[in-house]
Write a protein that binds this ligand. Sequence first.
Ligand SMILES: O=c1[nH]c(=O)c2[nH]c(=O)[nH]c2[nH]1
Length: 309
Amino acid sequence: MTADSRPARPTLLGQNQYGKAENRVVRIVRDGATHRIKDLNVSVALSGAMDDVHYSGSNANVLPTDTTKNTVFAFAKEHGIESAEAFGVHLARHFVTSQEQIHRARIRIEEYGWERIGATGHSFARTGQETRTTEITFDGRGFQVISGLKDLVVLNSTDSEFWGYAKDEYTTLKETHDRILATEVTARWRFSWTGEDETEGDGAENGDAPAWEETYAQVRGHLLEAFAGTYSLSLQQTLYAMGSRVIEHHAGIDEVRLSLPNKHHFLVDLEPFGLKNDNEVYVAADRPYGLIEGTVLRDGAEARIPVTD
Ligand SMILES: O=c1[nH]c(=O)c2[nH]c(=O)[nH]c2[nH]1
């Protein structure tokens, strides 16, 4: 099929994908004087029969990235944004089912939160620094939905120890039985839902899909509860407790991957000033930092969340 257009070179096209990245779409829902806001950053990546455009420059199979951008904005109007996940599922299905040459669509979405301020019904302030994330992939048969969050900074001012570790001639770290434990949580969780058994084309999509909004709030809550409630002997132990808690409370989630930078807080030596530092004054170091990462799986489930990203 493509051999004709392939130049006579000792090279071969490998994995490729394309689409418009970082479409910043803000959707307002006006319910009388009370408005709701969805603020997303949507990135589309399509792949399929794209050999020709790379080998010969024929654009016959290329749905322009500009069109993918337009689709994001048109869908925001036509279908609304009930949740980032539902929006991504809709988009992914559209690209694969409407264009024969497109075999796979990956939609990545970041969602920025807003909370109401004042009594107007139309005034908002951006919430915290944390960002909600989701990635929807559709290959024409089933969906894979990996949702998550990033930039969620948390700190325990006690109930954290670190001792009993391996030591060699380069080890200078002092054992501690009371330290600050702080991290900036990046979490991703994979749903077992694939949408394969759902009925299509009747507008009643996602009948069997998880309650995306509710699940996000619950998972976030479990991550925070586990961080706060674990008496920690290492950040690794805390990581496992956080992932396990999510899986134990959500039958529809099979896998959780966490990336937890150890935001070190070092005790300051106040002796030169004749002062005793009784675990009260710390310097917050920004780098280097320990980086603790790991996947927690439901027993029997397969690891599918990419390790590198
Ligand atoms: O929770 C921790 N895990 C480590 O692996 C580690 N290594 C280190 O120097 N401090 C810490 N803290």
